[in-house]
Design a protein. Structure first.
Lengths: 181, 969
């Protein structure tokens, strides 16, 4: 996979988010530590650290709070999947990790349109960015195996403003492997 | 909302503290849903950290009987679930501890800020992995506290820096927030108290101390850790894989495979994926191995030898006794506890699995005895007897009949289905006890226990009620408080009351006997080594046994202060009985003794007899450690288990079977669905939780019935028979085999051999796939050769149509035999339709021509019926719960009298309606006469109780509030 097509963790991804949220450019990002955790530089104080934290901050700055969920329950669910993104998706590297993540998500998305149910949230956006490089590499058969993830991913990449310059991942509408029970 | 936590799960700490700090109205459930039937596992939720899943293995029980855990019978304790997990009223489940904490604070209006978010993210990505590793090093590797703390140095410094620089009392400001709770909850198990912190970290020390002293945190720590300090954590962590510092790994319920394990396929993928299904034959086609010429020739030769090549079917004498020179197979399935109606999970876990194997053994001409029966002694029976106003024996008679009916309907081929309440049980149990006593394998110890002087008996935990020492709930049970969920030592109850006479019991020392497992260990180890070396133990059985021994064997109490049991034949103990777990496995012997007086030829004959024990995994320790120790200690040449076959759990749809919530299909209801027993058998065996948990699903049942049975198996057998009838007047035609036909014979032979290999290793579910593969090959064979066209062609075509039809009908004949262990009625229907001679009804390793040219078949008709969507949807709704039917959950404050009558029993409804009316009048009269309030309250409580029972009997959910009257004054 060409490096340019993959949102680099942290700063690049946050720049995509800024654009999606319609925020003016101008935020400066640094990175911290081995894991290259993004840091948002601010004029006063030490700044904000961490992808989830900064992303939530940007959403509020853009006054699109609905992306963080409206009820207590939605907010907690969004928080849960953001955490999943930064711990499991960013932390997992082996094929086995990826498989477990796709399996988890596939089960979770079985009866949901978005990660938090029926509303599109920041969790969908960051999970999409986080999984883009994984989905690009899946075979047609794997895409069918994780059918719910594929459906969700395809939906999100067509959500206005989300995909931007990232490559469009192709999903075939008709199932090829019909004998999966 | 319900919060599930496990004692010993470190993440429990923060969620409990957060619930306390945010005063969230949660219902706590410890260690997985209590009071549920222990057959299932929670829905597969994504895991977060290595400590998330509860261990599959129970901590070995020890200590005096007064400390027994709530489930009373240990088998109900194991239900691996993701914990902690918060189930919201909407049905949403939160599995991330931090999100749970966040939710509690959100619910009372505390919104997250940039700062709290930052702390939570930092905790999840940085602190949590390091703290897990430090805790692991400290507890499991025995690293000193300070060393472990040093590993956290940088992270602690980060907190210290933030606190001191901001100069605030708490992490995100001057008020306590979710951030404080989450960070504290992760640090506390490692640090314990602020003195282990470097003195220069003054701000951190102050913060940590004030957190630890806050009420919510203190309470959480008390309930999770304090009783046995960190031992809880240790036993927990030992069973987890060591945390890899980089990132936590997901843990499946699947035990780590042991090197050299037998019944376990290769390949990693299938074992961790709960939705794994074996590749269907079409997929396998590509990988199908090529046949060699020798195999093809051998298959053709075997075919040509015909029925003469088959072994002669052999019928054992009745009663079945071991025969010199034969393979003598003794099969048991775990004895179901008498007062539970078994659900599908129980049925597949033991009796149905054992039955399928026993049928296979008989078809192999192995001399086979299959025994089972109900386990009838113990507190649960005694309690239920008190509730139903019957004697324990009457309860046993009633439920034994229910069990026997269910198993008869499922066509379980016991040679004998007995029970444990027989004179033989007393005789054999007392003999084993006496021998253990004589050989010095029993210990005596004093235990403090409550005694009711009025009833003249020591009270089992379930016979005591009182005020909870923790939360002051006034109707706490002797083993557990239903309000706060804590385990209680009965002697600690305040104001204890005898449940039978309402008298006040007193604490008295009582003597109990213990089986000296540490002393027996030296006999156990070499035996296990030998049994594992020569027998087929499932991987989970080995794993569970190994961890039991690794955790150290402790003396185990084998006596109880009860009346309903086998009496202890020793002075000073004559008013006591044996504990069910000493007693119950002896049931296998006594049940056999009730079948034949020559039972010792089976049970004291390890030279000639091979013993298979079937059970669900929760029963493993009793069959692999405790019972063998009893028998080894008794030293009387007992037959010990050679093959221990344990299944995992069967879930129901997305959850568990639950009697209390009416979720799932129970044995007595299966027949009311209109689905034949053989379809049930097929689907349960197809799903058999072999090596991993599986889930029953209605839509899948429909799919498998319509695709595998109707379209594949049934279609093939029916077509083969129909061709004989339609094209050849019901007589099997002449066959002239072409090379292609011979290849098919070889292909079928391979599947047949595979079937045998798998069943010999008791991989019942996998062997069923071989049957379906054979019929799939058959369908293809017919499809490619099109006998219905060739029959109209020239002579060569007609001859080939005859060959294809003849081969196909012979495959159908063999399938009838292979199916017999799985679907006995379908098998005999095929036998009838094709007129298969009885001497061909035996299993061999070769596919031979058993229906030769000239054989007449009978009337051929369809074997299976299509299941329709509407029908299955209706059943799914019917069994999805919400219509409480039977036992209320054990955790409900007032245990209602249990009526096991199916809802809608008009007799019962009528009786109850009358009683309600009567009691209603009585209450009105009392009120009119201005009777004392206490008396009125008691009668009102009775009335409510009756109404509840009526609602249950009518199949409605009882909305009647729990009577509160008694508590008011």
């Amino acid at each position: 996979m060409a490096a340019a097509a993959r949102p680099g963790t942290g700063a690049e991804e946050l720049a995509l988010l800024e654009k999606l949220l319609g925020l003016p450019k101008g935020n400066k990002y640094g990175v911290q530590g081995e894991r290259k955790v993004p840091v948002l530089q601010t004029n006063n104080g030490p700044g904000l650290t961490g992808l989830m934290t900064i992303a939530a901050h940007l959403v509020k700055q853009a006054k699109k709070d609905q992306l963080l969920g409206s009820t207590a329950e939605e907010k907690a669910v969004v928080q849960q999947w953001l955490e999943y993104r930064v711990t499991r998706v960013d932390g997992g590297s082996s094929k086995e990790d990826v498989r477990i993540i796709l399996k988890d998500l596939n089960i979770h998305l079985e009866d949901k349109v978005y990660l938090a149910g029926n509303i599109f949230t920041l969790a969908d956006i960051l999970m999409y960015y986080g999984l883009h490089h994984v989905m690009v590499d899946l075979t047609v058969q794997e895409k069918e195996k994780y059918l719910n993830v594929s459906r969700w991913f395809n939906h999100i990449q067509h959500y206005p403003g989300v995909r931007q310059h990232l490559s469009n991942v192709i999903f075939i509408k008709n199932r090829l492997y019909t004998n999966g029970h | 909302m319900r919060l599930r936590v496990a004692a010993g799960g470190p993440a429990a700490l923060k969620v409990l503290a957060a619930a306390g700090a945010a005063a969230a109205p949660v219902r706590l459930v410890w260690g997985g849903p209590l009071g549920e039937t222990a057959a299932a596992v929670a829905a597969p939720l994504p895991g977060r950290e290595p400590v998330a899943p509860t261990p599959v293995i129970p901590a070995p029980q020890q200590g005096p009987p007064g400390l027994l855990p709530p489930a009373e019978r240990p088998l109900a304790q194991l239900s691996p679930t993701w914990v902690p997990a918060l189930e919201l009223d909407s049905g949403t489940v939160l599995f991330s501890p931090n999100a749970i904490c966040q939710f509690f604070f959100l619910a009372r209006g505390e919104e997250p800020t940039d700062l709290t978010n930052q702390w939570l993210e930092w905790e999840a990505t940085e602190l949590q992995p390091a703290a897990s590793a430090a805790l692991y090093a400290q507890l499991v590797h025995g690293k000193k506290g300070l060393e472990a703390v040093e590993a956290l140095g940088k992270l602690l410094a980060h907190i210290e820096q933030n606190l001191s620089r901001r100069g605030t009392a708490y992490l995100a400001g001057d008020a306590k927030s979710v951030a404080d709770v989450v960070v504290w909850g992760t640090l506390f198990p490692v640090l314990q108290d602020e003195t282990s912190l470097p003195s220069e970290m003054q701000a951190l020390r102050t913060w940590f101390q004030s957190m630890t002293l806050s009420e919510a945190c203190r309470k959480a720590a008390d309930s999770v850790l304090m009783p046995k300090a960190l031992l809880e954590f240790k036993s927990y962590l030992q069973k987890q894989p060591p945390p890899c510092l980089a990132m936590e790994r997901a843990t499946s319920n699947e035990p780590e495979p042991w090197p050299g394990m037998g019944p376990r396929g290769a390949g990693g993928d299938r074992h961790t994926d709960p939705h794994w299904d074996p590749p269907s034959p079409q997929e396998e086609e590509g990988s199908e191995r090529a046949l060699t010429e020798e195999e093809i020739t051998a298959a053709a030769d075997a075919w040509a030898r015909g029925a003469a090549a088959l072994p002669k079917p052999w019928q054992p004498q009745k009663p079945v006794l071991p025969v010199e020179g034969m393979r003598n197979v003794l099969i048991t399935s775990a004895l179901p506890y008498v007062n539970n109606v078994p659900h599908l999970g129980n049925i597949i876990g033991c009796v149905l699995s054992a039955d399928t194997f026993a049928r296979y053994c008989r078809l192999r001409n192995w001399n086979t005895l299959y025994v089972c029966g109900t386990d009838e002694y113990g507190t649960a029976t005694e309690t239920k007897a008190v509730e139903e106003g019957l004697t324990p024996q009457e309860i046993c008679n009633k439920y034994n009949a229910i069990h026997a009916d269910i198993y008869r309907w499922f066509d379980i081929s016991f040679d004998y289905f007995g029970r444990t309440t027989t004179p033989y049980q007393t005789m054999i149990a007392q003999d084993i006890f006496q021998r253990l006593l004589d050989r010095g394998f029993l210990l005596q110890d004093t235990v403090e226990q409550l005694r009711c002087e009025d009833c003249q008996r020591f009270l089992a935990d379930r016979f005591v009620e009182g005020t909870c020492p923790f939360c002051s709930y006034e109707e706490a049970r002797g083993d557990q408080c239903d309000k706060c969920g804590k385990l209680i030592n009965a002697v600690e109850l305040k104001n204890p009351q005898c449940k039978l006479c309402r008298g006040v019991p007193v604490v008295k020392p009582t003597q109990h006997l213990f089986l000296d497992l540490p002393k027996l260990e030296e006999r156990l180890e070499p035996w296990l080594e030998q049994s594992w070396g020569t027998g087929d133990w499932t991987a989970n059985a080995r794993y569970i046994t190994r961890s039991w021994i690794r955790d150290g064997l402790k003396p185990r109490c084998i006596t109880r202060d009860l009346k309903w049991g086998t009496p202890v034949p020793l002075d000073g103990f004559r008013d006591k009985v044996f504990y069910v777990w000493f007693d119950a496995p002896i049931g296998y012997l006594s049940i056999t003794a009730n079948y034949t007086d020559q039972w010792e030829r089976w049970w004291k004959n390890p030279q000639q007899v091979e013993l298979y024990n079937f059970m669900a995994k929760d029963n493993v320790p009793f069959h692999s450690v405790i019972f063998p120790c009893s028998l080894l200690g008794a030293d009387d040449n007992y037959t010990l288990v050679n093959h221990l076959i344990a299944t995992e759990y069967l879930n129901y749809e997305d959850g568990k079977f639950s009697k209390s919530r009416g979720v799932g299909v129970f044995g007595d209801m299966a027949k009311d669905t209109g689905i034949p027993a053989d379809i049930w058998r097929f689907y349960l065996l197809y799903l058999r939780p072999e090596g991993q948990d599986s889930a029953f699903s209605w839509s899948d049942l429909m799919l498998k019935n319509n695709s595998e049975l109707l379209n594949n198996l049934g279609n093939f057998i029916n077509r083969a028979g129909m061709f004989v009838c339609k094209f050849f007047g019901g007589t099997v035609p002449n066959m002239v085999l072409t090379p292609d036909d011979k290849r098919l014979l070889a292909r079928v032979t391979l599947e047949l051999r595979q079937y045998h290999q798998l069943l010999e290793k008791v991989r019942i579910r996998d062997a069923l796939r071989c049957i379906l593969s054979i019929s799939r090959h058959g369908n293809q064979y017919i499809q490619v050769n099109e006998p219905w066209k060739r029959i109209k062609g020239n002579e060569k075509d007609r001859q080939h149509a005859g060959t294809v039809t003849g081969v196909a009908v012979n495959m159908a004949s063999m399938l009838a035999v292979l199916l017999q262990p799985y679907m006995p009625s379908v098998s005999s229907a095929i036998q009838g339709q094709l007129c298969i001679p009885p001497h061909c009804f035996v299993l061999s390793h070769d596919f031979t021509c058993t229906l030769p040219p000239g054989h007449r078949v009978g009337t051929v008709s369809p074997l299976f019926q299509k299941l329709e969507n509407d029908q299955v949807e209706a059943l799914r709704k019917q069994f999805r719960g919400g219509q409480a039917k039977q036992t209320p959950p054990a955790s409900e404050p007032t245990p209602a009298p249990v009526t096991l009558t199916a809802p809608g029993d008009p007799q019962l409804i009528h009786e109850l309606t009358e009683e309600v009316a009567k009691q209603g009048n009585h209450v009105r009269q009392l009120k009119a006469n201005k009777a004392e309030k206490a008396q009125v309250d008691t009668e009102v409580a009775k009335l409510l109780e009756l109404k509840k029972q009526l609602a249950l009997a009518e199949g409605k959910s009882p909305e009647v509030p729990v009577p509160k009257g008694k508590r008011k004054k």
